[in-house]
Write a protein that binds this ligand. Structure first.
Ligand code: UD1
Length: 323
């Protein structure tokens, strides 16, 4: 089998590619390095890499040639980035996804697995979120990811291209970028706390999230490839842990793991923010055989260990450049 991972130099894409390569599969990856990094590719020995942008249909045609399965992880993945610049988010996430689907269909790809987002649910009060609830996106980011999901379903219905959408809930883990204003909260908090810097909580810290360790998401993707067509194609599934933690609780757990002594700073709530988020993962459990292998705390321990190692490496590099 030949696999294609879009966004392969990004956080989640690089983890999916790494697991496929570990299993001895043939993997091609594309990335435009807007948010992905060459550093992330270093772990991916054996990868066939093409630098390409999803907005370039010809490049997507080249990427899909001879491919059996596509994992579509490439996106501009940030609520605040989309609030600031909705057009580029739409271009990458909606037009990019459409180009990929057109190319995948022409190339006779067997199945496309799509990185959808829990932001599709928006701020509806009902918890946990179930797939049969009406979507209610708030931010341009959420609209763009949901647009991609609708294209996935349409390509299955209209053209018979097999597609599966996985609605990820706040994924975290090693290699998540921590140095951008658009970084996910756990990447930011962990790297800051390890450096003894004070993190800022937007709002009162009582907002909650279903934080999901990246290995759980990798497992869901691989199962989505092999699950029965009638059970999964043209549909969307929540991929999460099925629990929720407030930012205040999470900060306290991280203080224990990182050894950070200080308190967080508090600032104004962020525009477009959702208050609470938690998934019902029954459907993915039943139809995909999804069973998240890594708990929240275990995931935090593994993630802190990774950032600690990175920090030690950059400390060594800084020291040797001074010498
Ligand atoms: C949202 C989506 C998620 C999507 C992600 C892409 C929801 C529920 N989740 O995540 O599915 O993949 O966008 O980026 O819509 N925060 C701080 N301090 C910081 C940074 C963030 O307090 O320095 C807060 C935010 O205000 C928010 C929470 O932490 O309340 C999580 O933020 P973030 O990690 O950016 O992810 P979401 O916006 O929840």
């Amino acid at each position: 089998m030949q696999y294609l991972v879009t966004g392969v130099a990004g956080f989640i894409g690089s983890h999916i590619a790494q697991e496929l390569l570990r299993r001895g599969e043939r993997v091609r990856g594309v990335d435009n390095f807007v948010t992905g990094t060459r550093e992330n590719l270093k772990e991916l020995g054996g990868l066939e890499f093409q630098q390409a942008d999803l907005r370039d249909l010809a490049a997507m045609r080249a990427a899909c040639r001879g491919v059996d399965y596509v994992f579509h992880e490439a996106a501009l993945a940030s609520v605040p980035r989309s609030v600031k610049d909705p057009v580029s988010t739409n271009d990458a996430n909606v037009t990019g996804t459409l180009n990929l689907l057109v190319a995948a269909r022409e190339a006779g790809v067997k199945r496309v697995i799509y990185a959808e987002s829990s932001s599709a649910y928006g701020d509806t009060p009902t918890l946990p979120k179930r797939e049969d609830m009406l979507p209610n996106p708030i931010s341009p980011y959420a609209v763009s990811k949901l647009g991609g999901e609708h294209y996935m379903a349409a390509f299955y219905r209209v053209y018979g291209l097999e597609t599966v959408s996985l609605r990820y809930f706040n994924v975290f883990g090693p290699r998540q970028a921590a140095d951008s204003p658009y970084s996910g909260v756990l990447a930011k908090f962990i790297s800051m706390m390890l450096e003894g810097k004070q993190p800022t909580i937007f709002g009162d810290g009582e907002q909650s999230r279903d934080f999901t360790y990246v290995d759980n998401v990798v497992q869901a993707n691989l199962r989505a490839c092999t699950a029965a067509r009638e059970a999964v194609c043209g549909r969307a599934f929540n991929i999460a842990l099925g629990e929720r933690y407030t930012l205040n609780q999470t900060f306290a757990v991280l203080r224990g793991i990182t050894g950070y002594q200080g308190e967080p700073a508090y600032a104004a709530e962020r525009a477009g923010d959702v208050k609470h988020s938690q998934a019902d993962i029954t459907l993915a459990t039943q139809q995909l055989g999804y069973a998240p292998p890594v708990s929240f705390e275990e995931g935090l321990h593994r993630t802190v260990a990774w950032y600690r190692q990175e920090l030690a490496k950059s400390g060594v590099a800084a020291a040797s450049s001074r010498a």
